[in-house]
Design a protein around this ligand. Structure first.
Ligand code: HEC
Ligand code: HEC
Ligand code: HEC
Ligand code: HEC
Ligand code: HEC
Length: 245
């Protein structure tokens, strides 16, 4: 998916050309510097925990490559869906709506049908629910903007993580606190405020490679689930091939 960048096209091209020139110039040096003596096993095995780039960075300030929204950026959504109201107030389970998360690569967003199970009766006259009902009647699926989106060269499987015992919150933060209704502006003092829902979903984590590796190196479920074999499992989880196919 094309994403907004801060750089305009010409500087990017110049930067890229400079980078290609650098690589051409540096290759003999890099190759010459790679001798057997240096390639011993005592070299500590470290992985870049910082953002890393194949070509000069286009977005130096954001420091982030994963597609979808930037961390903290709010994408417009067709319906202001308040997680807070459903998860925190109504105590609904995440998987009531994201019901494929346990068995699939995707967590998925619920079909409008799932919402209408309640909203045929609940808050029928609220503006957002009127929009929802119109969508449902039209038979068109709700076109939610994807907030968490990895680049296509990365393999990620929800079901595998959920079954291993990794919580949604470990990767998505406090989603259940997002979209809390706020008092409408302009309410006179002493008057009961009208609560309005200004819900948008905000990505709380970076989804960077270092973030994945950090958890794979430390998550306690791997010891619980693999016992003696946990070191081997952690080694597999560092393998480039595990996440890049
Ligand atoms: C646990 C999963 C995981 C493993 C293991 C992993 N990667 Fe990644 N990698 C990612 C994710 C997620 C991204 C995309 C986010 C980012 O750019 O940080 C990524 C991005 C990259 C990119 C693109 C960076 C860019 O700027 O677009 C390269 C190159 C890369 N990985 C190489 C490697 C190599 C080489 C290894 C093995 C040493 C490796 N990866 C192991 C998850 C992984
Ligand atoms: C009542 C149904 C419902 C419940 C319960 C629910 N969600 Fe959602 N969730 C949605 C809908 C609808 C969207 C798409 C709207 C949006 O992104 O603002 C969504 C979007 C998301 C997204 C972002 C998807 C993306 O685009 O990347 C995440 C992450 C998420 N939910 C996690 C959770 C977690 C974690 C819980 C439990 C704490 C939870 N949800 C509970 C309905 C629900
Ligand atoms: C289990 C029943 C249930 C389901 C399923 C459900 N909701 Fe709700 N929803 C509620 C209740 C109850 C309220 C709070 C009503 C109130 O404020 O008194 C609410 C509130 C809302 C509001 C805020 C309305 C307002 O302006 O106050 C929106 C928007 C909303 N839901 C959208 C959705 C969407 C979209 C889905 C499907 C992804 C969904 N709901 C699924 C029960 C449900
Ligand atoms: C190990 C980290 C991790 C865990 C645990 C996790 N997610 Fe995700 N989630 C992600 C990543 C990474 C993406 C982006 C996936 C992509 O673009 O391929 C994502 C995407 C999503 C999306 C967007 C739609 C989709 O399927 O891509 C929703 C909704 C979501 N997660 C909900 C949940 C819920 C609900 C849970 C708990 C049942 C959960 N996630 C557990 C990391 C996680
Ligand atoms: C909060 C901890 C956590 C984060 C963050 C996390 N993972 Fe994992 N991941 C795990 C655990 C635990 C396992 C081991 C599951 C098992 O073996 O049962 C795992 C396993 C995997 C596997 C192996 C699945 C298989 O089928 O063998 C892949 C691939 C993977 N993760 C990719 C990713 C990518 C890509 C990211 C980052 C976008 C990521 N993970 C972020 C905890 C995490």
């Amino acid at each position: 998916m094309p994403r907004p960048t801060t750089g305009s096209a010409p500087p990017l091209r110049v930067a890229f050309a400079a980078f290609v020139a650098f690589v051409l110039a540096a290759t003999p040096m890099i190759v010459a510097g790679c001798n057997e003596a240096e390639a011993t096993n005592d070299t500590p095995e470290t992985f870049p925990m910082e953002p890393h780039y194949l070509w000069p960075t286009v977005m130096p300030d954001e420091g982030q490559i994963a597609a979808g929204a930037f961390t903290g950026e709010a994408l417009p959504q067709p319906i202001g869906f308040p997680h807070y109201t459903h998860v925190t107030t109504l105590n609904m389970d995440c998987q009531y709506c994201h019901f494929v998360a346990r068995k699939s690569i995707h967590a998925g967003v619920p079909p409008t049908e799932t919402c209408m199970g309640c909203h045929k009766y609940v808050k029928k006259d609220a503006p957002e629910i009127t929009k929802l009902a119109a969508l449902w009647e039209s038979g068109e699926p709700t076109a939610w903007n994807k907030v968490h989106d990895l680049p296509d060269h990365v393999v990620f499987n929800h079901g595998r993580h959920v079954k291993a015992g990794v919580n949604c919150t470990e990767c998505h933060g406090q989603m259940g606190l997002q979209g809390q209704p706020q008092p409408a502006p302009g309410t006179a003092e002493g008057e009961a405020p009208v609560m309005v829902v200004n819900a948008v979903n905000i990505r709380e984590t970076t989804l960077q490679m270092g973030w994945c590796l950090q958890c794979h190196a430390t998550h306690p479920s791997i010891d619980t689930n693999y016992g003696e074999k946990s070191d081997q499992r952690r080694a597999e989880l560092k393998d480039c091939w595990t996440c890049h196919k």
